[in-house]
Design a protein around this ligand. Structure first.
Ligand SMILES: Nc1nc2c(ncn2[C@@H]2O[C@H](COP(=O)(O)OP(=O)(O)OP(=O)(O)O)[C@@H](O)[C@H]2O)c(=O)[nH]1
Ligand SMILES: [Mg+2]
Length: 552
């Protein structure tokens, strides 16, 4: 005889036998539950003053008999049952309520989180004379923000309602939704989530940027969720109820990834992934993943790996299933799944190794810089917020073909080009990785070698995107990073880019305010005043270096 699950302490032998006998019963395909079994479990529950529950498979076999307490049953770990993405569990739950109560919040949570075929509660009818059955199921195409449906209570003689067909139809519909999305290759489908105490406007701006980031990371966005709270729930960030909503939404829209705009600490990631069967990442990890996709050179790769491992280390806890979702990152790139079993020590060893390698790189770069300054070739560095048009500007200035794309972080590895000005001055012009607000600290540290390159710049071209709604915040973020890197003493020219995309009035306003040069990096003819300014910015420098050389 199969065993019972739950709290069977204090049950009498004949009660145990009656419970165990339930395993022998079979439910005909059309029925959620037969009236006899419904009556029987209600009777048992009344006698025990405990809830009784059944998990029933698609063949009508009872797979689990569960004894709960007065208010709830705890569903055992049904992990062995299939959980194919976009499919239901293949089990439905029918349990008793001791009072005339419809499906509870807990019932709906179980329905959602376990992806049960159905959830049913057999409860006394309000008049107390008979029983009625409350039934809920997932809605395949969530409409009006509702992802589950609770049916009108059924009388016991209404239970033969084509139950199996209904479940099949439900699952077909889920499969259809999934097929539509699967057509878009094996992209990740994400729900982006922001939980914030900030103003709505700031939160929306930030979400918009997160959307761009996700898009740049090759992720498809299936939905957005903004929750403004007076206080942040320190365990789940969002409330548990909301989390449950998200799970249902994820199921019905075939979503496999949640991206949080807010940084999640290790224990929050764990509490969330303990609750839901989805991959969960935060903005920082998304940025790290994009960097991992883009890194081309050995140095770039070293830097990204270092940043990823540093981020990972505090989140690395052995024997936690949540880890597989965490370390995988989007599409399992970066340090990824193959190295999942690495323990903390090995991660630390690897970090030390990477730091050593990078120290060598830094030294080499330093020597190169010393050489350059000995030769007296001035360096102009193009900096600015990501996607501002830095690479495009470099390309147009030097007629080269550095990758420029409408993506965040198209450029990761710095590139340098020589440029000869009309006045016959030669300079080196470098393009760098773009900046972003709240640049993850680990990235900043890891990219020190690249960023140090900026220290030797004689002139910075700060490129801004006039057409971006968030231009002011972006300028502030860049200036903050420059201060953090102690680069704010280097002379700066403001380059107001993409002027072809804004009105003349906007151009004048920003020219006045920022004393910058409005250009269209794509159009060489617009660059003349900027080139003049670059020359006069560099010329005094060049002549003083030459005098210096003569003296030496
Ligand atoms: N309309 C217009 N688009 C531009 C202009 N300059 C750049 N772009 C576009 O803006 C996008 C980003 O340009 P990039 O040069 O890659 O920008 P970036 O600053 O190097 O970006 P990251 O390397 O990702 O930080 C590309 O799609 C460019 O074609 C411009 O003057 N006008
Ligand atoms: Mg670039």
């Amino acid at each position: 005889m199969k065993r019972l699950y739950g709290n069977i302490v204090g049950l009498k032998a004949n009660q145990l036998r009656r419970l165990e006998n339930l395993y022998r019963r079979r439910i005909p395909a059309d029925y959620v539950i037969t009236p006899e079994i419904a009556r029987e479990i209600s009777l048992l529950a009344d006698e025990l003053r405990r809830q009784v529950g059944l998990l029933i498979n698609r063949k009508g076999k009872i797979a689990y008999v569960i004894v709960g307490d007065h208010q709830k049953i705890v569903i055992p770990n049904t992990g062995l049952y299939r959980t194919a993405p976009g499919r239901l569990k293949g089990l439905r739950c029918v349990h008793t309520h001791l009072t005339p109560e419809p499906l509870t919040q807990d019932d709906v949570t179980d329905l959602a989180l376990l992806r049960l075929d159905m959830m049913a509660a057999v409860a006394p009818s309000p008049d107390g004379h008979t029983h009625e059955v409350h039934l809920g199921h997932i809605l395949p195409q969530g409409s009006n923000g509702k992802y589950y449906q609770i049916e009108k209570p059924l009388r016991l003689d209404q239970l033969g309602n084509g139950c199996t067909d209904q479940i099949r139809a439900l699952e077909d519909e889920l499969a259809r939704v999934r097929a539509i999305h699967a057509a878009g290759a094996n992209k990740e489908r994400a729900l982006i989530v922001s939980v914030t105490t900030a103003s709505k406007r700031n939160a929306l701006d930030s979400l918009a940027e997160l959307r761009d980031l996700a898009r740049s990371g090759g992720i498809e966005i299936a939905g957005e969720e903004l929750q403004q709270r007076r206080r942040i729930d320190s365990r789940f960030l969002i409330g548990l109820g909301k989390l449950q909503d998200l799970t249902l939404k994820a199921l019905t829209r075939d979503i496999n990834l949640l991206i949080f705009d807010q940084e999640l600490n290790p224990s929050q990631i764990r509490s969330i992934t303990d609750q839901i069967d989805l991959k969960v990442i935060d903005r920082t990890q998304l940025i790290l993943d994009i960097f991992a996709q883009r890194a081309q050179t050995r140095e770039g790769k070293l830097q990204v790996e270092l940043a990823q491992l540093k981020y990972l280390l505090p989140r690395l806890i052995t024997k936690n299933t949540a880890m597989s979702r965490l370390t995988g990152g989007i599409g399992g790139r970066g340090p990824g799944e193959t190295k999942l079993e690495i323990n903390r020590r090995r991660v630390r060893d690897r970090i030390t190794r990477l730091e050593k390698d990078l120290a060598v790189v830094r030294k080499q770069r330093k020597q190169q810089r010393a050489q350059r300054s000995k030769k007296g070739v001035p360096v102009i560095s193009i900096i600015g917020y990501t996607n501002a048009g830095k690479s495009t500007l470099l390309n147009t200035l030097t007629q080269s073909k550095v990758l420029a794309e409408n993506q965040l972080f198209a450029t990761l590895d710095p590139s340098s080009r020589r440029l000869r000005f009309p006045q016959d001055i030669e300079v080196i012009i470098t393009d760098t990785v773009g900046f972003i607000k709240n640049l993850p600290k680990d990235l900043m540290v890891a990219f020190r070698a690249t960023l140090e390159e900026l220290e030797s710049a004689d002139l910075l071209l700060h490129v801004v995107d006039l057409s971006n709604q968030r231009i002011d915040e972006q300028i502030q973020s860049v200036n903050k990073i420059l201060r953090d890197l102690r680069l704010n003493h280097i002379p700066q020219l403001m380059v107001l880019n993409k002027k072809d995309r804004v009105t003349a009035e906007t151009i004048t306003r920003y020219e006045r305010r920022l004393k910058g040069f409005a250009v269209s990096a794509k159009d060489k003819t617009t660059l003349v005043p900027l080139i003049d300014a670059m020359q006069s910015g560099i010329a005094p420098l060049k002549s003083s270096q030459e005098t210096g050389l003569q003296v030496g």
